[in-house]
Write a protein that binds this ligand. Structure first.
Ligand code: FCB
Length: 451
């Protein structure tokens, strides 16, 4: 073994295993890395959610995060030096429009302008996402995702940003993970705004797709192409072989997975989910499917895990619960289940996207990575990437048009309500000094991508 041991673990693939135009990349999001206190950024509902005791681990927030706002040049060097083709980043709505609408913050627009140019200078394709959860607090005051007007606010914001950088981004996505925006945040209360209210959730489930459709139209009107939506999916398996567990898992799949692709590609929400949500939906929601179904050019799939689902006996919709599964888990306590990624790629392709390009826009794992003697060994992450890339390769062999694979994340960062201890990065961040140290997985990816 070489002295520093960094060559010890390898990825089991090289570029030649994928088509010539396949892109490899890594991803981050604005609130998780930039530092929301810099550069005239407005307050977002993540700042206020985190300021409320009990909402986030140790009360941690993204005020400083990785200080990417000041360190973006060397961070982009890390993306380039690993040999990636693209960098997936998000734009902070609050940084660009501190009040959510109205006057723009010129410093914010300048920041993303420079960032995009910085990617191009380094030969990286910019993959932009307009909304990765940092909703301006003044819009949250008006009801945020519960308010139908958010579709117009979001379309105006999309237009403003893309008038500035739309000529240089390779792809643009509207929303990151509509399930998290709507269900996790308005029904489960785990993310900002922390609501546990079925009416709020039903409205957010619909408005998030309406906003996606309106923003897609706004970008199309600017002459842009390569527009997409980034969905996250979780494989739902019945916790046992009872009919009740099977039904519960099916409903979980409906809320989590089928709802969003049904809305965008079929012009309908799944019947089983509407049985519960129907009474809480905004009136006349069916009339919005024309906008929601505005054609996209690609679909992004974020995938991490599966869940075992059982009925919870409450009799209250959705009346289901998660049960601990038997598979090895990541530091998030998420089961490692690569077959789920293969499942969702083929499922989306066969039932919904039918030939549209698919990107795996996020995949990766958290580990309690430690810096020791100047290095960070993360063999479990390399193994995770190997197994998930094999699942992608298998789906492609069966005909799925996967065009790229993007690792979450470039940096250890602010993992939302769980704070800073869930390390997802290919690059370790010391949150005292903010020093970056590439992990063994970063080196392994670099070797694989240069082979
Ligand atoms: C996804 C989010 C991303 C990160 C990973 C672990 O749901 O898009 O911001 O938190 O999970």
């Amino acid at each position: 073994m070489p002295a520093n041991g960094m060559e010890a673990m390898e990825l089991e693939f090289s570029r030649d295993d994928f088509p010539g135009d396949f892109v490899f990349g890594t991803a981050t999001s604005s609130y998780q890395i930039e530092g929301s206190r810099f550069g005239g950024c407005g307050t977002s509902h993540w700042d206020t959610f985190a300021a409320t005791p009990g909402n986030t681990v140790r009360g941690e927030d993204g005020a400083t995060a990785c200080d990417h706002y000041h360190r973006w040049e060397s961070d982009l060097d890390l993306v380039r030096d690993a040999g990636f083709d693209c960098y997936r980043f998000s734009i902070s709505w609050s940084r660009v429009l501190p009040d959510g609408r109205g006057d723009a913050n010129p410093e914010g627009l300048d920041f993303y302008d420079r960032l995009v140019d910085g990617m191009l200078e380094r030969g990286l394709k910019p993959f932009a996402t307009l909304y990765h959860w940092d909703l301006p607090a003044p819009l949250a005051d008006l009801g945020g995702w519960r308010n139908r007007d958010i579709a117009s606010w979001f379309a105006d914001y999309a237009e403003l940003v893309m008038k500035r950088i739309g000529d240089r981004v390779a792809t643009a996505a509207t929303i990151n993970e509509p399930w998290c925006v709507a269900w996790l945040s308005h029904f489960m209360g785990a993310h900002a705004p922390g609501l546990r209210d079925i009416r709020a959730a039903a409205r957010a489930m619909h408005h998030v797709l309406l906003a996606h459709g309106r923003a897609t139209q706004a970008m199309r009107a600017l002459g842009m192409d390569n527009l997409g939506l980034v969905t996250n999916f979780e494989y739902a398996a019945p916790a046992d072989d009872s009919e009740a567990a099977r039904k519960a898992a099916r409903l979980y799949d409906g809320i989590y997975n089928r709802w969003f692709l049904g809305g965008v590609f079929d012009g309908a929400y799944p019947e089983d989910v509407l049985e519960g949500l129907g009474p809480h939906m905004p009136q006349g929601f069916e009339k919005d499917f024309g906008v929601i179904g505005t054609p996209v050019d690609w679909l992004g799939i974020n995938y991490y895990t599966r869940k075992l689902i059982a009925p919870d006996g409450s009799g209250r919709f959705p009346a289901l619960k998660e049960v601990e599964g038997p598979l090895p888990k990541t530091f998030m306590d998420w089961e490692i289940y690569p077959d789920g990624l293969h499942h969702f790629i083929t499922w989306a392709h066969e039932n919904y996207t039918k030939g549209l390009p698919i990107y795996v826009t996020e995949n990766g794992m958290a580990a309690p990575d430690r810096l020791s003697a100047g290095r960070v060994d993360d063999p479990a992450r390399i193994d995770f990437l190997n197994r998930h890339l094999a699942a992608v390769r298998r789906a492609m062999d069966e005909g799925a048009p996967v065009k790229g694979y993007i690792v979450w994340s470039l940096l250890d960062n602010y993992e939302w309500a769980l704070g800073y201890e869930k390390r997802f990065g290919l690059v370790h961040v010391d949150f005292e000094t903010l020093e970056r140290t590439p992990k063994a997985s970063w080196y392994a990816l670099g070797r694989a991508l240069k082979r």
